[in-house]
Design a protein around this ligand. Structure first.
Ligand code: PRP
Ligand code: URA
Length: 213
């Protein structure tokens, strides 16, 4: 629960908070930064996948045969928003190795801050899958809304969105445009600055993951 939103969860696990602090530091280099993004995604995924349905199968132990639960259906799709969302993919695949992976390519115009799409491909059909959209940064919410718009137009229904750091402005926008999705956040930061960067944030996440400037 975040503010009035029951479907927004700010995760409070100490390991997530600790690793986000390491991520923020200007002294954290590319290699360490990538590892942290992946580790945080795994920890967040553990919480975000808590409601996956189970079904019983029969299993024979060295002692006897019993019924025991496994994940039902295995119909998951992981959809990173390029580029920075790519850094979170393996973190989720560590938990659900058989998930399909789609891509939504968006970049934010540096002047208008509006998202522009350049490549989108989803597992087909998408409609029956539980979808986990990945982007470390939810700033104005423009990219998140554009990605969810696209996924819904392709038939996506059950959508979870994972952001490592979010600004209040982005949460409000995403929830007002897509009140039906589940949003998981590692930390809600203070605000956006005049360049629409999250404060205190961690700077440009894509550049820090890929070592570009
Ligand atoms: C970053 C980030 C989000 C977006 C968030 O991507 O990964 O996708 O900005 O900002 P918003 O909420 O205001 O839309 P960016 O556009 O910098 O592209 P990149 O990942 O390729 O660097
Ligand atoms: N995108 C980033 O990578 N960082 C921000 O703070 C905002 C958008």
């Amino acid at each position: 629960m975040y503010g009035k939103y029951e479907n927004v969860t700010e995760l409070d696990h100490p390991l997530i908070k600790h690793k986000i602090t390491m991520l923020r530091s200007v002294d954290t280099g590319t290699n360490e930064f990538r590892k942290l993004i992946e580790e945080i995604a795994t920890l967040m995924g553990y919480e975000a996948l808590r409601d996956l349905p189970l079904e019983d199968i029969e299993v024979t132990t060295p002692i006897e045969t019993c019924k025991s639960p496994v994940i039902a259906g295995k119909k998951l799709a992981i959809i990173p928003i390029l580029r920075a969302g790519l850094g979170m993919v393996n973190g989720i695949l560590n938990l659900t190795p058989t998930a399909k992976v789609g891509h939504v390519g968006l970049y934010r115009d540096p002047v208008t801050h509006e998202p522009h799409d350049y490549y989108c491909k989803l597992p087909n059909p998408i409609s029956l899958r539980t979808i986990i959209v990945l982007d470390p940064m939810l700033a104005t919410g423009g990219s998140a809304c554009a990605a969810v718009d696209f996924i819904k137009k392709q038939g996506g229904k059950k959508i979870k969105f994972m952001a490592i750091i979010a600004a209040p402005e982005g949460i409000e926008r995403l929830m007002s445009e897509h009140p039906d999705i589940q949003l998981y956040i590692g930390n809600v930061d203070r605000e956006l600055n005049e360049d629409c960067y999250i404060c205190p944030g961690l700077g440009d996440c894509g550049d820090r993951i890929f070592g570009t400037k």
